[in-house]
Design a protein around this ligand. Structure first.
Ligand code: HEC
Length: 134
């Protein structure tokens, strides 16, 4: 199962404190706006599965060019039928809804095994980062 590599399982047990510096160091070169508060949130919460580089899929699709795109239409990634069926276009509102509780609320059948970003401050910082003009 994709989300169950040993690295991911350990990460969840030890929490963010140990993992964050490693992830930040690992993903930093991908970002131009590395100082934005949302960049650290992205590294810690999303970097395991997503990159922002064109064509660079991990466990999840690259988020390059996701803003303004229809859900599940990024070329080169096999999305779930459930996500594609939503008909969403990615903008601040749809991101907020999906990322706050992907599986419980927004899209129960999604392949994104992520429990959601509950903290409103982190969520808003992340959304600002992801939707900032490039
Ligand atoms: C455990 C891995 C994992 C984590 C952590 C994760 N994602 Fe995902 N994400 C996925 C997968 C897999 C998909 C494809 C979902 C589907 O097809 O249903 C996805 C899909 C998406 C999509 C839809 C992309 C598109 O082109 O339609 C967005 C946006 C997204 N993730 C953003 C995020 C953000 C932002 C975070 C951090 C808050 C995050 N994800 C955390 C694995 C993950």
């Amino acid at each position: 199962m994709m989300e169950r590599n040993s690295w991911g399982a350990r990460a969840r047990k030890v929490g963010g404190a140990v993992l964050l510096p490693a992830l930040v160091a690992w993903t930093q070169p991908a970002f131009s706006a590395g100082d934005a508060p949302g960049a650290a949130v992205f590294s810690a919460e999303c970097g395991e599965c997503h990159s922002l580089k064109e064509g660079r899929n991990k466990k999840g699709p690259t988020l390059f060019g996701t803003l303004g795109r229809k859900a599940g239409t990024q070329p080169g990634f096999e999305f779930s039928e459930e996500l594609r069926r939503t008909g969403w276009t990615w903008n601040q509102e749809t991101l907020r809804s999906y990322l706050s509780q992907p599986t419980k609320k927004a899209n129960p059948g999604t392949k994104m095994k992520y429990e959601g970003l509950a903290d409103p401050k982190s969520l808003e910082a992340l959304i600002a980062y992801l939707t900032a003009p490039k």
